[in-house]
Design a protein around this ligand. Structure first.
Ligand code: WTA
Length: 660
């Protein structure tokens, strides 16, 4: 048995006892003694203070932002419309940059960046980062971009991605970051919905040793994006691109000779800072809107509490800025808190499966925040990539994006954390702007698989479909009953959908869309989504988006997408497809074609893992697809011998009284 197998066995063995004994892991005493919030009593005191008088509580925290005009009112709450720090003005880039320089910390490292190709490394101090942001901001202004204009950003994880976000913030433009794995169709949809006036991209991006053709995807998307007048192109991979005269400009030409002291534009507290598209239960992604001051206070405060950030920390959040985690815990949270941030451009297995551990050994981050799906990959890849690596710089670990299974939690705790690092399992959403429930590492005893307790200012409740609180231990819908500064301020251009999705099923309360239960200690356990949203490798995908992508193929008559358990990705995408005009001879080739089609429509992350062909889809009498049955079939709990047997279920479903 190798060392790795032994460690995994040990971890696995411990999980069983953890589950049986409900073992809890108290915070290490040494950690507590130095933490911001160092005991459960402290936590309860702060929590009660926030609950008793939220406005005074947030007023105190908001003082740390650089106000260009003081606000008159902390909160104006006309459910579901919240305005925080009303009539005040500030600027997000000033909060993340100028404020630290003014405080004499300009020479502190803001970003340590590691490229995917081995040996590429850059560092930027806060002063250097500010200068880059100012040059980019001035360049964007020169293109005519004004406060309130939407700029799409479709870039690899380079410092320039963060610079582009902060440059938009500096001039009051609203950024809409589109993950580099999305297709040109997805870019076009987002450009159109947001009425983007410009796109910032790169020639290409590195991914697992090959390059993604980012500029080419943008060119394709722009055929359908009439509002976009400018494209800024960072030279990253050096691959050939077509530059359209008058529309396209190289990043290095745009910033050349630009001033390094572009002043930040004073923005209203409630001015939109960014839009981020996420999947809901319809085919059309939602542009989640976040505004300036409340979001910043939330991102900063939660980063300080949950990661217990200290001056000498090097904080590594492995998320891409294409997701909310990269917005709140690569960019705005840690930078507003004045932390040093480690960014790695590429895949965890490029050029080898030990890349993350090599980076930790070399760069010595103290905090490592990643996703359960990544942890499960590391477990699978094996101990040979970790053995002999010095991971002793780490003092705190975190997870986000989906629930973590206790086995992966124990492995993370023992193998990566050397049993000394607390783990913060953070529950939150694109919509919440920042972490809502999480252990505080200096005070909350942890239980593998639970996101434990709400942060101060967060008032969760678990209710039934009638909106009544369920009994303790029972599962139900997770709602948030009070406004918080980081909450979404709407869906871009769709007020009705905002009310309908989040505020109408349990009137007056924010419906998170997750099921949860609370245990006897009041700890929360997230139990998965209540809507047709899949969580594949920590990424939200809507079943309906995948279905509409499939039916847009000329051979597909009808499609149903469901999730099935997957040991690394958490969930895999399984689809059931009925074809127009009978089955072709080469089903394998058709599967490939359909996979490619979904990839082209949405992006690689949505490509179905399993494709089942069927002559009919099982439906209830009212015509609803029986998803629960399909989920069982996809998971192998129900066996269907060949592609036609689903019809039997259809017949069953049509019997009187059988409505799901
Ligand atoms: C899920 C990611 C369990 C949940 C920040 C949520 C989690 C959705 C956790 C939001 C967690 C996220 N435990 N489930 N710690 N974190 N989720 O918008 O279903 O990409 O509603 O935001 O991910 O995903 P989103």
């Amino acid at each position: 048995m190798t060392e790795g197998q032994r460690a995994t066995e040990k971890a696995a063995g411990r999980v069983a006892s953890v589950m049986q004994e409900s073992r809890v892991f108290p915070p290490p005493a040494e950690f507590s003694s130095r933490a911001r919030i160092g005991s459960l009593e402290d936590y309860r005191r702060v929590y009660d203070e926030a609950a008793r008088d939220p406005e005074s509580f947030w007023h105190v925290r908001a003082q740390t932002l650089p106000w260009m005009k003081p606000y008159a009112t902390v909160l104006d709450w006309q459910s579901p419309t919240a305005k925080w720090f009303v009539d005040g003005q500030t600027n997000a880039s000033a909060a993340c940059l100028d404020a630290h320089i003014a405080a004499g910390r300009g020479d502190k490292t803001a970003i340590v960046w590691i490229g995917e190709p081995t040996g590429e490394r850059r560092t930027l101090t806060y002063r250097e980062l500010l200068a880059e942001v100012c040059r980019c901001a001035a360049g964007l202004q020169k293109l005519g971009i004004k406060p309130g204009d939407v700029v799409s950003i479709y870039m690899p994880m380079t410092p320039e991605l963060v610079i582009a976000m902060l440059a938009c913030a500096r001039i009051g433009a609203v950024h809409s970051v589109i993950f580099g794995g999305f297709s040109s169709e997805a870019i076009a949809d987002r450009n159109e919905d947001a009425k983007a006036v410009a796109v910032i991209t790169a020639d290409g991006g590195w991914r697992r040793g090959t390059t993604l053709a980012l500029k080419k995807n943008v060119d394709e998307a722009l055929k359908k994006s009439p509002t976009v007048k400018h494209v800024v192109v960072l030279k990253r991979t050096g691959q050939p691109v077509d530059m359209v005269p008058g529309r396209d400009v190289w990043w290095h030409d745009l910033v050349a000779g630009m001033p390094a002291d572009t002043p930040p534009v004073a923005m209203d507290s409630e001015a939109p800072l960014f839009i981020l598209y996420t999947s809901g239960s319809t085919g059309k992604p939602k542009g989640i809107k976040h505004t300036t001051a409340g979001y910043l206070v939330w991102a900063k405060t939660t980063a300080e509490w949950v990661f217990d950030l200290r001056d000498d920390d090097l904080f590594w959040c492995t998320a891409d800025c294409g997701w909310i985690t990269g917005h709140s815990y690569v960019t705005y949270g840690p930078l507003a808190a004045g932390a040093s941030v480690l960014i790695y451009e590429g895949a965890p297995n490029a050029p080898h499966e030990g890349r993350f551990w090599e980076i930790i050994e070399q760069e010595k981050p103290t905090i490592f925040y990643t996703a359960p799906t990544a942890i499960r990959s590391f477990m699978k890849w094996g101990m040979q990539h970790i053995e002999g690596r010095d991971l002793s710089s780490l003092r705190l670990l975190g997870t986000v994006g989906e629930g973590i299974n206790p086995e992966a939690w124990m492995w993370f705790h023992e193998v990566i954390g050397g049993t000394r690092c607390p783990i913060v399992d953070t529950w939150w959403q694109t919509e919440t702007g920042g972490i809502m429930m999480s252990p505080l590492p200096g005070c909350t005893p942890t239980k593998p698989g639970s996101c434990t307790l709400p942060l101060p200012g967060v008032c969760p409740e678990i209710v039934d479909a009638a909106g009544d609180p369920v009994d303790q231990g029972e599962g139900g819908w997770l709602v948030i009953t009070k406004p918080w500064p980081g909450m979404l301020r709407g869906i871009w251009g769709d007020e009705e959908r905002f009310r309908e999705t989040y505020w109408s099923r349990v009137p007056g309360k924010y419906l998170a869309g997750d099921n949860a239960r609370q245990d006897a200690d009041g700890y929360y356990w997230i139990m998965g989504r209540i809507d047709d949203v899949l969580n594949v490798a920590g990424h939200r995908l809507s079943t309906i988006e995948i279905e509409s992508a499939l039916v847009s193929h000329p051979l597909v008559a009808e499609a149903a997408a469901v999730g099935r358990p997957h040991d690394v990705k958490g969930e895999a995408v399984a689809v059931f497809v009925t074809l127009k005009g009978g089955e072709p001879d080469d089903l394998a080739a058709l599967k490939d074609t359909l996979r490619r089609h979904v990839r082209q429509q949405i992006g690689a992350l949505a490509a179905p893992d399993d494709i089942h062909f069927s002559a009919m889809l099982p439906k209830t009498r009212s015509g609803k697809i029986m998803r629960r049955l399909l989920r069982d079939i996809a998971a192998g709990k129900e066996t269907v011998g060949d592609t036609t047997t689903l019809e039997d279920y259809t017949v069953l479903a049509k019997l009187p009284g059988n409505d799901e």
